[in-house]
Design a protein around this ligand. Structure first.
Ligand code: SAH
Length: 362
């Protein structure tokens, strides 16, 4: 099944920065500026094959074409939600399934990307966790998700890319456990000769791998940070998110306090509301307490995520009035708190539902 993907993938061209592509082209005896032309075509004009790079002399196209397998993804299925969200189920080399979600919002669109096939984090409320980790994605596979989905959107709408594209690393996987490939992909996507999706339009969401948050803070061009918190005490968090046994809340808090923020920037804390588990007054108070050093610096905001039920998950979503009460408790203390509207629930595309489900309502 994955044979087409297994063939000729040595090059992983889409995972090269413009500079690396120029060097690679030069090694093959072409002038380096050809590398820039190829980069502009692949990432700026979204061409699918080197044959469409008309600036390249025919011979060069043929020579390079033999060496370059351009798409590391194979589309298996697409699902359209009633709210306009679209879920793409792809296979990658090795036959693993990954998913990407297109989330339109007026003139803007948000693309939710996977960073790993499966996920090793075992969060008790997340459907992706049931898959376990299959493997890290390569930079090329991460970049290709964006190229594929934007190309498809262009074909569907007959117009070029949407005015504003935001990226969220909130699909399958824990992006900070695939640090180098994720950052490489973001460098490629930010290049002004390509898609030019700048880091402040990108949000990386993590379960809270404290030392990697520190590393991310040292990057010159880094995405925005979101931390999946979901519980304000160690006992509850360890039960819901086993990562807490390795990086308890104190470590996570220190990493967040040390994270160098740009002007006015806040770290987003995601909090999945589970009925009767973490959505009461006591938890709201504990959350405010845990966030207080960050609140004092205006460094935090909260995104409440109504739990998206999925088969096999032993939790129920909090009823709307409990969600509203939890939100008001936080807002009353001046903490910016939003409720994330679930998108694409009917096609299993919403947060925590990406489990490579191949029917829209399994
Ligand atoms: N591993 C990273 C990236 C995935 S982001 C992380 O966990 O941050 C996916 C987001 O959806 C996380 O905030 C996660 O806590 C949340 N989530 C997981 N399962 C969910 C569910 N069933 N309903 C709603 N949100 C869920």
């Amino acid at each position: 099944m994955a044979s087409a993907l297994d063939a000729g993938l040595g090059e992983e061209w889409l995972g090269l920065t413009r500079q690396q592509l120029c060097a690679r082209v030069a090694e093959r005896g072409l002038p380096a500026y050809r590398g820039r032309q190829i980069f502009q075509a692949l990432h700026g004009r979204l061409v699918e094959t080197l044959d469409e790079v008309r600036e390249l002399p025919k011979r060069a196209r043929a020579e390079l074409g033999a060496a370059a397998a351009l798409s590391p993804l194979r589309l298996d299925q697409v699902f359209d939600a009633a709210d306009g969200a679209r879920r793409y189920l792809f296979s990658v080399r090795g036959g693993h399934a990954i998913e990407t979600v297109w989330i339109p919002d007026g003139e803007r669109v948000t693309l939710c990307l996977s960073s790993q096939a499966g996920c090793p984090m075992r969060c008790a409320f997340c459907a992706t966790a049931t898959l376990g980790l299959q493997r890290n994605l390569t930079a090329s596979e991460i970049v290709a998700q964006v190229l594929y989905v934007l190309r498809d959107a262009g074909r569907r709408s007959g117009s070029p890319r949407p005015a504003t594209v935001n990226l969220v690393l909130m699909g399958m996987g824990e992006p900070l456990l695939n640090y180098d490939q994720v950052l490489q992909a973001l460098r490629i996507l930010a290049d002004p000769d390509g898609l030019h999706i700048v880091p402040r339009r990108v949000t990386l969401s993590t379960v809270g791998i404290a030392p990697k948050i520190a590393a991310l803070g040292r990057e010159p061009d880094r995405p925005r940070l979101a931390v999946s918190l979901t519980a304000p005490t160690d006992a509850l968090r360890a039960r819901l998110m086993p990562v807490n046994l390795t990086y308890p809340l104190a470590d996570l808090q220190q990493a967040c306090l040390d994270f160098p923020r740009r002007d006015g920037e806040r770290i987003t804390f995601e909090y999945v509301l589970l009925d009767g588990v973490n959505d009461g007054e006591a938890e709201a108070r504990a959350l405010l307490r845990w966030l207080s050093p960050l609140r004092a610096r205006e460094a935090a905001k909260v995104n409440l995520i109504p739990h998206n039920p999925a088969p096999g998950l032993p939790f129920r979503p909090s009823p709307p009035e409990r969600i509203a009460r939890f939100q008001s408790a936080l807002r009353a203390k001046g903490l910016p708190t939003y409720v994330r509207r679930p998108r694409g629930r009917d096609i299993f595309a919403a947060c925590g539902m990406l489990a490579a489900t191949s029917s829209p309502s399994a």
